[in-house]
Design a protein around this ligand. Structure first.
Ligand code: GLC
Length: 515
């Protein structure tokens, strides 16, 4: 059966911020449904929804209180079904987010655990101990919180996100039901949150350096994961073709400090896809990017596991602001938006020319900058709160999408305000404005998605960062100060910026038809 995801373009929807259908200032399924034609015209193969489940939204919905329902703020299960069916009508598949490392402290199982005795079966669904170890939360502060009866529970993230005890067979059994619930509803795939988490070293040992990182540790990249994902793969593969040809898929959110940390997952019969986050973690430097791409391709070589390329998502600074500042920016004034936009457009042509699948995060196709100057009182991310403001967190990349008009709320809602504030000055970045502009970033994404190359990848000699796909396609980037003459070509297919005299200026990329 076809593995449709091998070279798919998947669009990530962060539901709170995509489109609001009921005027309350928060995105929802009704809003997303109304925007389906936009996604179809963008040309994406699938959409991945970040969590929309009932949740206190202490971590934007990655704190799940019920894995098998829709939060009323986003709609109902019937609205979800309507979206899936309508998306299929546009040839678009739907991927849902599964959050297996932890739930919300509001989940009935955790509430029952709190109400039960130490040592009870209820507590054994989570990781309760009489004393904490020295592990730290990835969001800042200790990874343990004490309960009124004196015991402590483990949470790798916020204290409102208790970690499940994956050593208890009841936990994998419960998640199997969750997987089947969504697969039975016709989803084409699953995005697996913190896929390198789940299992913990049963000894829960203190570690010499508790600073959070993504390297193998007593809480990340445990050996049990490989066999575990083989069981999930078997579930996916047990589903027959339905509306769409091909199998169901899953993509794991595997972070690593180094690319080699991901090697164990590139085995036959495991998780079908593992995100490749190294592209956006690499500096804007030709040699560094070339090194990352070479190492990434080596990882997937000979494996049937796909490692989708990513330059942004809901957890990281938007490319325009990342590439437009010499160091991680803390305020909008530190970002050279023109420079960042130029580089982000070149990065888009790189992303969409590389072999394999690519994930595009809502607003990336509009070249939105990060909104760094969100007032403290409006910030929502627990990272900001838990670090007492030392880390700004991820709100700046989660700002509601500007659809039209010249002022807030830019057509995002019929109401007057949005759950997170939008900056002024986004009038030229709206979908409406960019659809009317043949040189806009949105137009570039639409053209690039429509014209993605399919041939064999090979580096093109004589350039710092250039490659061919098959005999007749080349992608050339120039990141250096000196202009670069283009290789001989039949036609210029796409350019991230204006090109004159067959010379590629700094921070520009082109797609060429070679013959
Ligand atoms: C993943 C999500 C992130 C969330 C975290 C904890 O990294 O992408 O948004 O905060 O998991 O669930």
């Amino acid at each position: 059966m076809t593995q449709w995801w091998r070279d798919a373009v998947v669009y990530q929807i962060y539901p709170r911020s995509f489109a609001d259908g009921n005027g309350d200032g928060t995105g929802d399924f009704a809003g997303a449904l109304a925007r389906l034609p936009y996604l179809a015209e963008l040309g994406v193969d699938a959409v991945w929804f970040s969590p929309f489940y009932p949740s206190p939204l202490a971590d934007g919905g990655y704190d799940v209180a019920d894995y098998c329902d829709v939060d009323p703020r986003f709609g109902t299960l019937a609205d979800f079904d309507t979206f899936v069916a309508a998306a299929a009508g546009h040839g678009i598949r739907v991927i849902v987010d599964i959050v297996p490392n932890h739930c919300s402290s509001a989940h009935p199982a955790f509430q029952a655990a709190l109400a039960a005795e130490p040592g009870s079966p209820e507590r054994d669904l989570f990781i309760f101990r009489d004393a904490p170890n020295n592990w730290q939360s990835l969001f800042g502060g200790p990874a343990w919180t004490q309960t009124p009866d004196g015991q402590w529970y483990l949470h790798l993230f916020d204290s409102s996100q208790p970690d499940w005890n994956w050593a208890n067979p009841a936990v994998p059994a419960m998640f199997e039901k969750v997987l089947r619930f969504w697969l039975d509803r016709g989803v084409a795939g699953l995005r697996v949150d913190v896929a390198h988490g789940l299992f913990k070293d049963p000894e829960l040992p203190d570690v010499p350096d508790p600073t959070p990182s993504d390297r193998p540790s007593p809480w990340f990249h445990r050996p049990e994961l490989v066999a575990h994902y083989a069981t999930w793969r078997a579930i996916l593969d047990s589903y027959p073709e339905d509306v769409f040809p091909g199998r169901r898929t899953a993509v794991g959110e595997f972070w690593g400090d180094e690319i080699t940390h991901l090697e164990p997952y590139f085995i036959p019969g495991g998780m079908p896809q593992a995100f490749n986050f190294f592209l956006f973690q690499t500096a804007w430097d030709a040699a560094a990017l070339r090194h990352t791409i070479t190492a990434s391709l080596a990882l997937t070589e000979g494996s049937d596991v796909v490692a989708p390329w990513v330059i942004s998502n809901h957890d990281v600074m938007r490319p325009v602001s990342r590439y437009g500042a010499p160091a991680p920016a803390h305020s909008d004034a530190e970002v050279d938006v023109a420079l960042g936009t130029r580089r982000a457009r070149a990065a888009a042509l790189l992303l969409l020319a590389l072999p394999g699948s690519a994930y595009v995060y809502q607003g990336e196709e509009l070249g939105l900058p990060e909104f760094l100057d969100i007032p403290a009182a409006d910030r929502d991310d627990p990272v900001y709160r838990r670090s007492q403001g030392a880390r700004l967190g991820r709100d700046g990349c989660r700002v509601p999408i500007p659809w039209s008009c010249t002022a807030q709320p830019y057509g995002f809602t019929e109401g007057t305000s949005t759950w997170l504030p939008q900056p002024s000055g986004w009038g030229s970045l709206t979908v409406e404005a960019q659809l009317a502009d043949p040189s806009s970033t949105l137009t570039l994404y639409r053209q690039a998605i429509a014209g993605r190359p399919r041939g064999e990848f090979a580096w093109l000699d004589g350039y710092d960062l250039a490659f061919t796909r098959g005999d007749d396609f080349a992608c050339v980037l120039n990141l250096g100060a000196e202009p670069v003459p283009l290789p001989a070509h039949e036609s210029l297919l796409l350019a991230s910026d204006a090109i004159t005299d067959d010379v590629l200026p700094q921070d520009t990329a082109v797609w060429l038809r070679l013959r």
